[in-house]
Write a protein that binds this ligand. Structure first.
Ligand SMILES: [Zn+2]
Length: 302
């Protein structure tokens, strides 16, 4: 059995999958906020409950809202700030008496789709969650490429490439820099761009709905989003040249993005022309918890 845990700011969800990805059991509890020891105990409790109820033992993967620095094993960049600076992976391993793997939500989405989703069968997968924020991940042959700094795939905090006059210095990002991809191509970024250009205040999903209803200003905002996403992904293709790009999160539901971004991407990569498929994540909200489970891939011995 593969047990996946999705540690969120408000809830912890856990799932047990069999070798073919069938859900054996799924549990959900509230996150003990601001309580590190309570969080470790809650995760361990869910794992044990799944094992008891299914009469099986499992490997354990945990999706966390941050990264783990390889050299120190400490969590950083977690918006659930009580995890930062803590040895979550080691502490969970000690309590559960087995090796536990942790990865951030974008890495989990990417490994979920690479294992038995839209990117199944592809060797090098670049995944992006385009939701409230924007995070990326790289999976190679079913395994997360983390990197010594835990930063591989952190595309959301790279600057918008080929920025023009009115895009510079770019919107402020919570990370302390300006003009990060996240400030442009997240749902939040879309809403702010729309407000700057039109003076109208709509949320990301309202802009999408308005565009579908023929609102010219909303259509133009989506065109800007697609063009900027293509610029960002052209750099990814130039550096990594993944076999497939998979999009998850709220904005991945917008059908027009796929053909439009692909077409623009072809004109932006070095030398022109790219065959890279851009596909939509199929596991939706379950990607986090399923991806955590697949941090131990189906063929591997745990
Ligand atoms: Zn940033």
């Amino acid at each position: 059995m593969r047990i996946g845990v999705d540690l969120g700011g408000t809830k912890i969800e856990a799932v047990g999958l069999n070798a073919t990805g069938k859900e054996l059991r799924r549990l959900r509890i509230a996150t003990p906020r601001d309580d590190y020891d309570g969080t470790v105990a809650a995760i361990a409790g869910l794992v044990r409950q799944i094992e008891t109820e299914t009469h099986r033992v499992g490997s354990v993967g945990v999706g966390i809202p941050g990264t783990i620095v390889a050299a120190t094993g400490l969590v950083k960049n977690a918006n659930s700030t009580w995890l930062n600076g803590r040895s979550l992976q080691v502490d969970l391993g000690r309590v559960l008496e087995r090796e536990v793997r942790c990865a951030n939500d974008a890495n989990c989405m990417t490994v979920s789709e690479a294992t038995d989703g839209a990117a199944k069968g592809f060797g090098v997968v670049f995944g992006v969650i385009v939701g409230t924020g924007c995070g990326g991940g790289v999976v190679v042959n079913g395994r997360v490429l983390a990197g010594p700094n835990g930063l591989a795939g952190e595309w959301g905090h790279t600057p918008l490439p080929w920025a023009t006059g009115d895009e510079l210095p770019g919107p402020e990002c919570y990370c302390g820099k300006r003009g990060c991809m996240e400030t442009w191509i997240s749902g939040t970024g879309l809403a702010k761009d729309f407000a700057r250009v039109t003076g109208r205040s709509l949320r990301g999903e309202e802009i999408v709905a308005a565009a579908e209803a023929g609102d010219a200003q909303a259509v133009a905002a989506l065109e800007r989003l697609e063009e900027r996403m293509a610029r960002g992904l052209a750099v990814v293709v130039n550096v990594l040249d993944p076999d497939v790009i998979v999009l998850g999160g709220g904005l991945s539901q917008v059908e027009r993005i796929y053909a439009n971004v692909r077409e623009r991407l072809c004109g932006l990569v070095f030398g022109g022309g790219a065959d890279t498929p851009i596909v939509r994540a199929v596991h939706g909200d379950a990607s986090g918890v399923r991806g955590a489970a697949w941090l131990w891939n189906p063929e591997e011995r745990s």
